[in-house]
Ligand binder design. Structure first.
Ligand SMILES: [Zn+2]
Length: 428
């Protein structure tokens, strides 16, 4: 095995075991910092009371401590009354949440906070779309559990990297680095999200799994829907998915979200999980920007690995340029991935608030001037440095205007607006 892959695998597993200990040592939350349905719990921190409603468009998970996340998650299942009917105890769900959190790696973007972000967005979309009254309890349960599990074990490398690096060829446990596993069948091995499916199944149906002691029917139903929804989180399939939604919307006289047809139900749940997975541009800008920077950092780390391997680096992985073109790439992400999905979601579920579209538009507008602002700030810093250099020169001292490694480098541009970002996002 290539030594860089070996080193990377070791790093991943080292982080994982330490991380697992950290998660195990989470205490029960002394204070609950989330509210469900705006109902009960007030935030009390540093003698300040503040509401942080999980159904609020302004919901800010950064206020929450790690140890408070399981209680917030369980609160949602309790509020929607999803556990009793399925015979699942809150203690068992708590164990699943902690085991899941431990299986997420400490990547800049694909970490347990991302899973929580997707979970909260799925919950919000479920309720705000009216699907909470229309979807069955099993559907709601599976959607929310899948939101938590959909990226479990992600090592911060895109599917494109795995395919290029042929990491699937390495034997278990290093094939964690790939999205395939020898125990999966042919169809599953070909699917990019297979590793997440494998890990999610282990957590849900394994020895200490959430549904191990329950009836076969429930297990089968949850498994079929969960696998379909994890696969739906693969953005490479977005275009085909949107076409199938369009075709179905054209055939139906009423909204897709009101159809009882099992295939339509899966389309609606897929719409929710897909949109929840890339929901952050509709959040307050400071939260959205944090996620946009985090994914750029993760791409940049991949670029370093590719460089070490002597491979051509993927788009968006060049650390010297991602900051200066973050606006352009995020606009590409919004235009090509988020907006088309949101448009179909609003068509399929007309009860969804249309202000989601205005929030998205407002984020896009902010990004439209972002790169220019960063460049002008950089230029003014360079002017200041140059000024300092000429002052130093006058004093007989030599000083470089920019660090040696940056000298002579010009920013690499996307070939077309945002398209390189889209291709990178499509291989997540
Ligand atoms: Zn995700």
């Amino acid at each position: 095995m290539h030594t860089t892959i070996q080193k990377l695998a070791r790093r991943v597993f080292t982080i994982s075991s330490t991380h697992e200990e950290n998660v195990k040592s989470w205490d029960d939350p002394a204070l609950l910092h989330c509210t469900v349905f705006g109902a009960s719990h007030n935030i009390k921190r540093d003698k300040e009371h503040k509401r942080n409603d999980m159904l609020d468009a302004e919901f800010d998970q950064l206020i929450l401590r790690d140890e408070e996340l399981p209680a917030c998650i369980i609160g949602v299942f309790r509020e929607l009354e999803l556990l009793q009917d399925l015979g699942i105890s809150e203690d068992a769900l708590d164990r699943l949440v902690r085991a899941t959190a431990a299986r997420y790696q400490l990547q800049p973007y694909h970490n347990f906070r991302h899973a929580f972000d997707v979970f909260q967005a799925a919950y919000l979309l479920l309720v705000r779309s009216g699907q909470v009254k229309f979807a069955s309890k099993v559907e709601q349960f599976t959607l929310l559990v899948t939101a938590l599990l959909h990226d479990v074990g992600h090592v911060g490398l895109t599917n494109g990297f795995h395919e290029k690096g042929n990491t699937a060829a390495y034997s278990w446990p290093y094939s964690l680095l790939s999205k395939t596993h020898p125990e999966l069948d042919d169809e599953e091995q070909q699917n990019n999200e297979s590793m997440h499916i494998f890990a999610a199944r282990e957590l849900l149906f394994g020895q200490d799994g959430l549904i191990s002691a329950h009836d076969k029917d429930l297990r089968e139903t949850v498994d079929t829907t969960m696998v379909a929804l994890i696969r739906a989180s693969d953005t490479l399939t977005l275009s085909a998915f949107l076409s199938s939604v369009d075709a179905r919307i054209g055939e139906l006289s009423g909204p897709l979200g009101r159809s009882n047809d099992p295939a339509d139900r899966l389309k609606v749940l897929s719409l929710i999980i897909r949109l929840a997975d890339i929901y952050h541009p509709m959040r307050p800008f400071y939260l959205h920007k944090m996620w946009a920077v985090s994914i750029a950092q993760e791409f940049a780390l991949q670029g370093k690995v590719e460089q070490e391997l002597g491979q051509e680096t993927s788009p968006m992985t060049d650390t010297s340029t991602y900051v200066s073109s973050l606006g352009k790439s995020t606009i590409g992400f919004i235009d090509f991935l988020v907006a088309p999905l949101l448009q179909r979601a609003l068509q399929a579920m007309p009860e969804l608030p249309t202000d989601l579209a205005s929030s998205l538009g407002s984020s896009r507008l902010k990004w439209s001037t972002y790169d220019l602002m960063v460049r002008s700030r950089k230029a003014s810093n360079e002017d200041m440095k140059a000024l300092g250099a000429s002052e130093n020169n006058k004093a007989g001292k030599q000083k470089d205007a920019e660090p040696a490694e940056m000298q002579g480098k010009t920013p690499v541009e996307c070939p077309q607006d945002g398209l390189c970002a889209v291709s990178m996002y499509q291989t997540l």
